[in-house]
Design a protein around this ligand. Structure first.
Ligand code: CTP
Length: 448
């Protein structure tokens, strides 16, 4: 019996896939199809596969062409599979020509002519085209625009900015470069807002009122009430509203949360997060006119994320100690917030123009989690125990600082009209609450 194996993602199964499977089957007597797991695809850079692994497996099964279906989960698995299943022929389309010649050592390798004119990427592009506008002054948007190119189905329409010269050529060439937010909304289905925090509420509201979906840098607003109002409007208008905190979308950070939930370090008793940088997210944002965009608004949401996601938002007491540059300003270059919970404590330190070790430490009754600097770009962490031989290390690739995952998740939410929240609504609100308390000086101690 001649055994044949082939692999693929098989997202939104199409004619090209079926033709390939038919010819693969005809090469022998028994066909095994390896369908790639979501994580494996993500690591390979395929980030907005639309269907779940189960749906893709079911679609391949429904063709009736596979005698057996397996899941491809790791780099190098093909060699293991070829040996394990005693494979005679490995085959894939000619788009992979030469890439798998190394398998000739284990079996025959056959490249089948790829069917022209169709691909999952094209189908995704056509059916899920999301016209996205950018808003803000920061040159960070250059990175955002570059990352959007990795996400099928998202097309940039323009930018609303007063800072066009600082933008990349990609942005300056967009069809709509304007200072008028309304104009940007005219040409977009959705907007990504990375403006000054004091502008967020009004811009998000305006976009939602016009039925546009919104992805906005955290904090969404500068008070709890405004934040709640924005989510209510989004619900009323049937729009997706998501706040941007890249860390939440990193696989490592997500896994870390799951491990904590499963009791890997026992009961969590303390969370300590530090985020600092010597310059602001951009010079523009730290300028004299932008007195609110200090370390608390720039870094606060990121540092608060693990505190609220791990310990919840029902702390009993907090103290904000903040270093401000002058007595008439609330622009802070360094702030520390301590929280007391009924059974735990937390502390964050944020700074712009002050440097410290950007680590995250989560202490528990059995051990602790250590995420080295810069922890907010989480790709690696350790779980450490009293006995060092029990320690565990975890690494998950993080591409594009998580921006592309955020886009993919946003595009999917818009498409399916369902938000898979990486940042829960109440967490978002709790973050806005801290901004509010800071501004109204509740629980704040100023030092100069
Ligand atoms: N394939 C093919 N003809 C096509 C598309 C895919 O022969 N028009 C083959 C690929 O060469 C591969 C298998 O089908 O052997 C599974 O491919 P997959 O990567 O899942 O499909 P694509 O449509 O290429 O997906 P994407 O656009 O996401 O890369």
């Amino acid at each position: 019996m001649v055994k044949v194996i082939t692999y693929g993602t098989y997202d939104l199964l199409h004619y090209g896939h079926i033709r390939l499977l038919e010819r693969a089957k005809a090469l022998g007597d028994y066909l095994i199809v390896g369908v790639t797991a979501d994580d494996f695809d993500k690591r390979r850079g395929k980030i907005n596969v639309q269907q779940s692994l189960i749906e893709r497996i079911e679609a391949v099964r429904a063709t009736g062409l596979a005698d057996e279906i397996i899941v491809e989960e790791y780099e190098g698995q093909k060699i293991d599979d070829i040996r394990r299943y005693d494979i005679d022929i490995f085959t894939v389309g000619t788009d992979w020509k030469g890439k798998f010649d190394y398998l000739n050592e284990y079996c025959r390798v056959v490249y089948l002519e790829r069917t022209e004119g169709i691909s999952s990427s094209e189908i995704r592009k056509e059916s899920h085209l999301l016209k996205l506008g950018l808003a803000g002054e920061s040159d960070y948007l250059n990175k955002v625009a570059a990352e959007s190119l990795f996400v099928n189905g998202v097309v940039l329409t323009g930018i609303c900015t007063g800072n066009a010269p600082a933008m990349s050529e990609q942005i300056r060439k967009l069809p709509c470069v304007t200072k008028d937010f309304d104009r940007l909304l005219d040409v977009s289905d959705a907007v990504y807002i990375h403006s000054l925090p004091q502008l967020h509420y009004a811009q998000v509201k305006e976009a939602l009122m016009r039925g546009r979906h919104v992805l906005c840098e955290s904090p969404l607003a500068l008070s709890r009430e405004e934040c709640r109002e924005l989510y209510d409007i989004a619900r009323d208008r049937n729009c997706v509203l998501m706040d941007v905190l890249r860390t939440a979308y990193s696989t490592a950070y997500h896994r870390l949360r799951l491990l904590l939930k499963s009791g890997a370090i026992g009961k969590v008793v303390s969370v300590e997060a530090t985020c600092t940088s010597l310059r602001g997210i951009s010079e523009q944002e730290t300028g004299e006119t932008n007195k609110l965009w200090g370390s608390i608004t720039a870094w606060g949401p990121t540092a608060l994320l693990p505190v609220f996601q791990i310990l919840g938002k029902n702390y009993t007491k907090k103290e904000i100690v903040t270093h401000v540059l002058s007595s008439d300003s609330i622009y802070d270059d360094f702030t520390r917030i301590d929280f007391v919970y009924p059974d735990a404590i937390a502390s964050i330190k944020v700074g712009i123009g002050v440097k410290s070790e950007g680590e995250l430490i989560i202490s528990g009754t059995k051990g602790y989690v250590y995420v080295p600097a810069p922890w907010w770009k989480t790709d690696y962490f350790e779980i450490r125990y009293e006995n060092p031989t029990d320690n565990r290390k975890y690494f998950y690739q993080l591409d594009g600082e998580g921006i592309r995952y955020e886009f993919a998740s946003f595009a999917k939410a818009v498409e399916k009209n369902r938000v898979n929240r990486y940042i829960e609504e109440n967490i978002s609100e709790a973050i806005c609450g801290i901004m509010e308390d800071y501004i109204i000086r509740k629980d704040v101690l100023f030092i100069r």
